[in-house]
Write a protein that binds this ligand. Structure first.
Ligand SMILES: O=C(O)CCC(=O)C(=O)O
Length: 298
């Protein structure tokens, strides 16, 4: 007996995405949120100030970003800092504890918490999720990438319209996204939007390293887009408002986005990207795993 019924599988085929309400318990969501706070509280914001933005990808293409494939790393919101380098929300909200303010300033954690963190590892590896992965067509799944996305109040950044296979390319295409609302995601705090049926219009671009590198010493090498088609504007996207506990399954080709969060409620989400072991994973994909820390399945 599968987790998804025929109507859900048909909807996934038709739309390129599927919203599954109440997929995980509120306790499991709460454990993830609490864990994210513990992880960020242990992080010294002066250690690294890498910013994440989908608008200006170049800025993130540094060694810290490129070597995050087997680590938990911290990426700040573009609006996190004031010109003088102080944390904006600490100053504006009158918070005097830098650590407390830090988790109001982080855009996301990435990109291997499904392997590096015990709580996130268990959340990622459940029999229900393994079943869904198999039902949507992954034959020999490998858990490739995880992101803990904070979408913090007031400064939570926009994620521009993209296809996940742009960033996690395989031949043939197998990237599948499993996005979990850990808190309610609404129009106000920047829920996901997706273009129904948009997975049928082909891959528009690939985000790759400038040189084929498996040698992680070459992380400085930078990245660029290989462009095959027109950029996707997001026209025709529909909002996927989601209560905490909802799973959204995303075909790697379906264009999706999320708006900025100008509300005073955070929108925590956890996103896991899975590929098929039978497909080729190119050495010039931006995300690489050192051979001594191989990808594994559910
Ligand atoms: O959570 C978001 O706002 C965007 C996430 C996303 O694009 C993804 O997980 O592929």
């Amino acid at each position: 007996m599968g987790v998804l019924d025929a109507a859900q599988l048909n909807a996934y085929e038709r739309d390129g995405y599927l919203v599954v309400e109440d997929f995980v318990s509120t306790d499991a969501c709460r454990a993830m949120v609490e864990r994210s706070h513990e992880i960020v509280s242990a992080f010294d914001p002066d250690e690294h100030r890498s910013v994440f933005t989908t608008e200006e990808q170049e800025r993130t293409s540094d060694e810290y970003f490129l070597s995050s494939g087997d680590k938990t790393r911290f990426f700040f919101e573009p609006e996190a800092f004031l010109p003088d380098g102080t944390l904006r929300q600490a100053k504006e909200l009158g918070l005097d504890q830098a650590r407390y303010a830090t988790w109001h300033a982080i855009n996301k954690l990435g990109h291997a918490m499904h392997d590096t963190d015990p709580v996130m590892r268990s959340f990622s590896r459940t029999s229900e999720l393994a079943s869904v992965a198999s039902e949507v067509g992954l034959v020999d799944p490998l858990l490739l990438q995880s992101m803990y996305i904070f979408k913090n109040p007031r400064i939570g950044g926009e994620v521009t319209c993209h296809q996940d296979s742009t960033f996690l390319y395989t031949d043939p295409l197998t990237c599948t996204g499993f996005w979990f609302a850990l808190e309610d995601a609404t129009l106000e705090n920047g829920c996901l939007w997706a273009i129904p049926g948009g997975h049928r219009s082909g891959l528009r671009k690939k985000f790759v390293r400038n040189v084929d590198v498996t040698d992680l010493d070459s992380n400085q090498a930078g990245t660029h887009f290989e462009v095959f088609g027109e950029d996707i504007s997001g026209d025709g996207a529909v909002p996927l408002e989601a209560r905490a506990g909802t799973l959204v399954v995303l075909n790697g080709l379906v264009p999706h986005l999320s708006g900025a969060n100008r509300s005073d409620k955070s929108r925590h989400a956890y996103s896991l990207h899975v590929i098929d072991a039978g497909a080729e994973y190119p050495a010039n994909n931006w995300l690489q795993r050192p051979t001594e820390f191989p990808l594994t399945g559910f």
